[in-house]
Design a protein around this ligand. Structure first.
Ligand code: SAH
Ligand code: SF4
Ligand code: F3S
Length: 439
């Protein structure tokens, strides 16, 4: 018997890449590859890359530099680059880095096993007409109690700063039937929480048995699956939050009270220059409508500071919006000019000014995050155990509000959904004691 070949994968970027990595691992698994967490042991190294900011895509080249000695020691080692840098740079990666054998874009990775078999240095960054999902092997690897499920890919919004419409292509929604099958399969393997993924997940409009379904109808159908306790979705665009999706947050107990709703800026002038197609006030009114049906919902967002043309007054408008909304958590980034995007043509804000703004915004967001965590102290929460904690007798999982919670529960099992009382808040998580098992 020959030993199985070993595959080492490193994933950068968003949850969509995490999902894609899983599917690539499964596709390579069907060809006899097993994963390893040590690059030195691997027969193949796959880097699933992100292009969103300059720093993210530069990581690829520093990692490739480090792989050079590994490849010198083991000339048969195959090195593949997948994901959004692969899509954006294609054959340029082969030119820049001699260690790379394969470059495969996010819409072509179902062909990765064939590329590996064919040998040689190959690039595939096509947006094929066939649906890659139908060509991938069925999902059957052993998994924990939570899973991602990509329902929609690509983006037609063309925000002025963003590479996603170029790297992921136009919006495409997967058909309802296939998603229900995939979700039922996941639940049959013990999954209790599914997060629906899409670069623009609430623009979902997949083919159903009786015409196109929106995201809310898909969520309502998924909520009926026996054994599926929790649903989440990410990432949403404010303009695609329709009435029924908002209503679903009030109607569906399975739909968790957490919503990532990126706004990017609080200044109408900057929002317009970003091509976000909504004002700060429209966003605030949307938040009010969501909170009217689900008052305890915890909101999250993404922000960009230092977008070209951003003045102190524009930045102040962002701080004002943050104070107005009160976020449970949020991500904030310094604007990074991306080649090929419209905003990259404009004169940048001075780096020290952008750095200062980022610090100020992050201080405010961190204070809000801590306040939201502290508000949980004394409250009862549900926790879905995902793994044992670092301390013995401790389990770690997420609450409904997506807080990481450490629970002192020596008899706790992975996959259990437990009621617990929050005792304390630390910088990034909550500590709790179990009340009683939920089942
Ligand atoms: N589809 C999602 C997220 C896309 S990327 C959405 O529409 O919100 C995740 C986040 O990265 C964005 O929300 C934005 O805040 C940030 N981002 C995207 N391009 C960027 C750039 N050029 N510079 C800095 N941050 C950027
Ligand atoms: Fe990028 Fe805007 Fe599309 Fe989000 S909505 S992926 S930020 S272009
Ligand atoms: Fe990055 Fe591509 Fe996701 S650019 S954020 S990996 S869609």
């Amino acid at each position: 018997m020959t030993d199985a070949k070993k595959l080492f994968v490193k994933t950068y970027g968003c949850q969509m890449n995490v999902y894609d990595t899983e599917r690539m691992v499964e596709a390579m698994g069907a060809k006899g590859y097993v994963t390893t967490d040590k690059a030195e042991d691997a027969d193949m190294v796959l880097l699933n890359t992100c292009h969103i900011r300059e720093k993210a895509s530069e990581k690829l080249y520093s990692d490739l530099g480090r792989l050079r000695s590994l490849k010198n020691a083991k000339p048969d080692l195959k090195v593949g680059v997948a994901g959004c840098v692969a899509q954006a740079e294609g054959a340029e990666i082969l030119r820049r880095s001699p260690v790379v054998d394969l470059v495969v874009g996010p819409q072509a990775y179902h062909r990765l096993p064939q590329m590996v078999e064919a040998g040689g240095r190959l690039v595939d960054t096509d947006f094929p007409v066939e649906d890659k999902f139908t060509l991938l092997p069925e999902r059957k690897s052993l998994r924990g109690p939570t899973a991602f499920l990509t329902v929609q890919e690509g983006c037609d919004k063309f925000c002025a700063f963003c590479v996603v419409p170029y790297t992921r292509g136009a919006e495409v929604s997967r058909p309802v039937g296939r998603l229900l099958d995939e979700a039922r399969g996941l639940v049959a393997q013990g999954v209790r929480e599914i997060t629906l993924l899409g670069q623009n997940v609430n623009a979902y409009h997949g083919e159903g048995p009786d015409g196109a379904w929106g995201l809310s109808r898909l969520l309502r159908e998924l909520a009926k699956i026996e054994g599926l306790a929790r649903l989440r979705y990410t990432t949403s665009h404010p303009n695609d939050m329709d009435d029924d999706l908002i209503a679903a947050h009030g109607d569906l107990p399975e739909l968790m009270p957490y919503l990532h709703l990126p706004v990017q800026s609080g200044s109408d002038r900057i929002l317009k220059a970003m091509n976000r197609k909504h004002t700060a006030d429209q966003y605030l009114r949307l938040v009010d409508r969501i909170r009217a049906v689900r008052p305890d919902i915890l909101l999250s967002s993404d922000f960009i500071v230092g977008f070209p043309g951003e003045t102190d007054a524009d930045f102040q408008a962002t701080l004002d919006l943050v104070k107005n909304v009160g976020y449970g958590q949020a991500f904030s980034f310094k604007y990074s000019a991306r080649p090929g995007t419209p905003a990259a043509e404009k004169p940048p804000v001075a780096a020290d000014i952008a750095d200062g703004r980022l610090q100020d915004l992050q201080a405010l967001l961190t204070a809000q995050q801590h306040a939201a965590q502290e508000a949980m102290i004394g409250r009862e929460v549900s926790v879905l155990y995902e793994k044992p904690g670092r301390m013995s007798g401790q389990m770690v999982g997420k609450s409904d509000h997506l807080h990481a919670v450490h629970v002192k529960d020596p008899s706790g099992r992975i996959g259990q959904l437990v009621r617990a009382r929050v005792l304390a808040s630390t910088s990034n998580s909550l500590a709790a004691e179990p009340l009683f098992a939920n089942e």
